[in-house]
Design a protein. Structure first.
Length: 414
């Protein structure tokens, strides 16, 4: 009997709260006879929207209250950043590092994988433990500071200092990951950024769960439905929803659509609802728009199946952002309208698959919607023009296999 390979995954949040990326990887590895242990935090403990059937791994959750102090003043945050390497994350870094060292002292692991959004402190934990216990490690970044049009929000001295801090985090990240066996990220554009400081940078897409998001011929629907679900950032440089609301207004004023047959359903968190209502009122499309509470992934998958077009809100001012929703829409075989055209990875993906339209204007969005609406009037449903074989490449299972191949390559490099 051969010894099972063992992997320690260190991640800022884990399913059911967040990071399905690491959840699906853990599922695949455990099915392939790996021993998988996870160290995470309760950072997004209120979310609980991700469920993965069959996932049973050892998860240790570190209390993140040392970081989640909402009353932390700007002065306190500044002091923490000046007095410690990881700033306001320092206490959490120390707690998670201690837990990682405890696990690594108790049993021999073959490799460490650190997955985080933006900040490099988890990668630094993996680097330190790799040195101490002489095992390889991989750094995974789901988001990067460079993806944003501006590194920090606000104005004045605080913004200038936040800009400097974020740039310092980028510098530290570059120094830390040089010692990793490999680095992974979620888009080709992010891979190009990591390649500047690491020779072994790879793109592993987020993908979709092929058991939840199933490509099949849609049934007839009594309404033509645009559907969006998820978070909307209150920053037009990051996401600009105005295009689709203006497009609906254009079509309505020309009497090309009717609220008796056409609706736009949005599934949003409470914090996003008031923001979206501003666009609804501005473009006077109240009779077309329905806003519902955010759903868990299983419930929302059913709404995608009932949709005629699935919506993405993007921006040409960002770099390398590929929303998980885009893959879920693709996996369901639904046409996609992405607004505005990001002139980057989303545009390229939709073109490559023939999955939809990245509209650079409200008029272009209106024309795409009208074409699909006319198809619905004729058939009672709308078909995707994408190639299902090409789309299947982006399943979570296939992307997790890419991860496993890379992990095994790193083990052979030891």
């Amino acid at each position: 009997m051969t010894n099972k390979k063992k992997i320690l995954i260190i991640v800022d949040s884990f399913v059911p709260n967040f990071s399905p990326r690491m959840g699906y990887l853990a599922l695949l590895l455990s099915k392939r006879d790996w021993v998988v242990e996870v160290i995470t935090t309760d950072f997004w403990k209120a979310a609980s929207i991700y469920t993965i059937k069959g996932l049973e791994v050892d998860v240790t959750t570190v209390d993140a209250s040392c970081y989640l102090d909402k009353k932390l003043s700007n002065i306190s945050r500044l002091w923490k950043r000046m007095s410690s390497m990881h700033g306001e994350f320092q206490s959490l870094y120390e707690k998670m590092k201690a837990e990682a060292e405890r696990k690594l002292s108790a049993k021999r692991f073959d490799i460490i994988l650190a997955s985080a959004a933006y900040t490099p402190f988890l990668a630094d934990i993996a680097r330190s433990c790799s040195e101490k216990f002489e095992i390889p490690w991989i750094a995974d970044f789901r988001d990067m500071f460079e993806q944003y049009p501006k590194l920090a929000k606000g104005s004045g001295i605080k913004k200038k200092y936040d800009d400097l801090w974020n740039k310092e985090q980028i510098r530290r990240r570059s120094k830390i990951i040089k010692q990793a066996s490999a680095c992974t990220c979620v888009s080709y554009e992010h891979r190009e950024i990591l390649s500047e400081t690491h020779p072994n940078a790879y793109c592993v897409f987020n993908g979709y769960d092929s058991e939840l998001y199933i490509w099949d011929t849609p049934t007839k629907q009594d309404m033509f439905r645009l559907v969006f679900g998820g978070k909307v950032y209150k920053d037009l440089l990051f996401q600009d929803p105005s295009y689709v609301f203006e497009a609906i207004s254009i079509l309505s004023k020309k009497k090309l659509i009717s609220p008796s047959h056409f609706c736009f359903d949005l599934y949003l968190s409470d914090a996003c609802q008031l923001y979206i209502e501003e666009f609804v009122e501005r473009y006077e499309v109240q009779e077309y728009v329905n806003i519902f509470p955010l759903m868990n992934v299983e419930e929302f998958a059913l709404q995608i199946k009932r949709s005629s077009i699935c919506m993405l809100f993007t921006s040409e001012h960002t770099t390398g952002i590929m929303f998980t929703k885009s893959f879920e829409y693709i996996g369901s075989g639904r046409p996609i309208l992405s607004v505005p055209d990001d002139k980057g990875c989303m545009n390229q993906l939709l073109k490559k698959l023939g999955a939809g339209c990245s509209a650079s204007s409200a008029e272009e969005a209106a024309n795409f919607i009208l074409g699909k609406y006319q198809e619905w009037l004729k058939n009672g449903f709308v078909l995707s023009t994408a190639d299902p074989q090409k789309a299947s490449v982006f399943s979570r299972a296939n992307q997790s296999e890419k991860f496993e191949e890379l992990i095994n390559q790193c083990l052979q490099m030891k």
